[in-house]
Ligand binder design. Structure first.
Ligand code: SF4
Ligand code: SF4
Length: 107
């Protein structure tokens, strides 16, 4: 049975562009993902931080700021997409990283 002309126009799976795939590793520096969720921000509480750097290890956007000596220095809000991984992994009892709602005047 002959295929319809409509059927013949469909692309095969090899011709389709890849979806939801990061094709260029290291591209996070090019995209300021901090504006993905402008209503919240990750707040660092230095008084309780034990400087374990676990947050730096899990951050997918290099948004955790660490100095040359390996000391935690804060969160770069321009690149933090508020995924919450650092908050989840922070081992201090009171959590030295918190996801907080931004004040209206900050938005
Ligand atoms: S929430 Fe934490 S882990 Fe996620 S992007 Fe922001 S700093 Fe990185
Ligand atoms: S995971 Fe928590 S305790 Fe460890 S460096 Fe980050 S903020 Fe500090």
């Amino acid at each position: 049975m002959p295929k319809s002309s409509k059927h013949n126009k469909l692309k095969g799976w090899k011709e389709l562009p890849p979806g939801a795939v990061v094709q260029e590793p290291g591209s996070s520096q090019d995209y300021q993902t901090g504006n993905w969720n402008p209503d919240v921000e990750v707040q660092w509480i230095p008084e309780t931080c034990i400087n374990c750097n676990l947050c730096w290890t899990v951050c997918p956007d290099e948004a955790i700021i660490v100095d040359e000596q390996g000391n935690m220095k804060g969160v770069n809000q321009d690149f933090c997409k508020k995924c919450g991984l650092c908050v989840d992994i922070c081992p201090t009892k009171s959590k030295s990283l918190k996801m907080v709602k931004k004040q209206k005047e900050d938005i």
